[in-house]
Design a protein around this ligand. Sequence first.
Ligand code: SAH
Ligand code: SF4
Length: 363
Amino acid sequence: MSSPAPRANAAPVTRYHADREQLAEVLAGQPRYRLDQVWAGLYQRFETPDELSNVPKALRADLTAALPEALQLVTEQISDRGDTVKFLWELHGGSRIETVLMLYPDRATVCVSTQAGCAMGCGFCATGQAGFTRQLTTGEIVEQVIRAARRARELERRVSNVVFMGMGEPLANDAAVWATVERLHGDVGMSARHLTISTVGLVPGIRRLAERPLPVNLAVSLHAANDRLRDELVPINKRYPLAELTEACADYLRAKNRRLSFEWALIDGVNDRPSDARELAAISRRLPLPAHVNIIPLNPTPGWPTRGTPRAGVEEFRSRLEDLGVNVTVRRNRGTDIDAACGQLAAGQPVVLSTLRARPDTD
Ligand code: SAH
Ligand code: SF4
């Protein structure tokens, strides 16, 4: 048995990159029912080829060799409260990315990376500070979910939600992100309503997403509701200013009839003023369905001098928005003790690595 040949210009065939056709190539000469058996093992039971107990031993070994994992575990960290697990992976070629598993009483969510680094240059974001290295493949994104789901199972939990909110800009790698959505929906069996794509506001990407069949949730990282401030915080706003962005959001809502959320990293003295609340409420009201605002008090990162709004200011901003009729949630910071909170993912910071304990790979 040999590895399936990658298609022209295609990414290497890793365990969760191979589609059914490529797996069929690997299984050439085997009875036809093997394909379903192996596929169900990989996607429904999250088994490694080695664990496929209904498959002959020799074939298991062949499958392990033909379908290598894309992610090598470097470290795993668990937050003090035990409700957040952060994985640092090394990819083929040496880049490193992170994945976060968050355990809530009513759900378990995996936050996946879509790029190694990010080219969007938002100054307050640790990933943005590190710059762009490369796109992730479908196999690399899907495998983050599966490996986190295996870990969740060890903790007697089932992953119910996936958010594309880790390192990178999902809509700058939307072919791989969409293929991942289809795999999670069609093969793992997750509902599109439990999948959320977060974007910095790439208008053409939002428009492409509106044309896709599955109604995934869209989160737009707004952070400022006037162009002067947004140009500063989110440089891509100069290319896709607020008027264009809100029009694309309105069209997405009309196409999908799904709730849209705006992410707002609250920065002390920068975007937490009464005028910011008024401008944000005005944008939200102009949409066909009112947006839901998620406030995330800015998490500190090494390369950005400004601090998050203190607790009292967060409450004031929240109640101001509520008075203006906006639905608001303040997102509890999770995993800040292990740098697993929003915007803190920046694989390979030496200070982090030196304090971690390596956990043996599960496979
Ligand atoms: N690139 C996408 C998804 C990854 S970032 C996006 O920008 O939406 C995930 C979320 O974390 C975004 O809302 C982003 O603005 C936010 N974020 C980045 N740095 C942050 C920080 N230091 N504190 C709080 N939120 C941050
Ligand atoms: Fe990239 Fe999102 Fe970070 Fe901006 S906030 S640099 S788009 S990952």
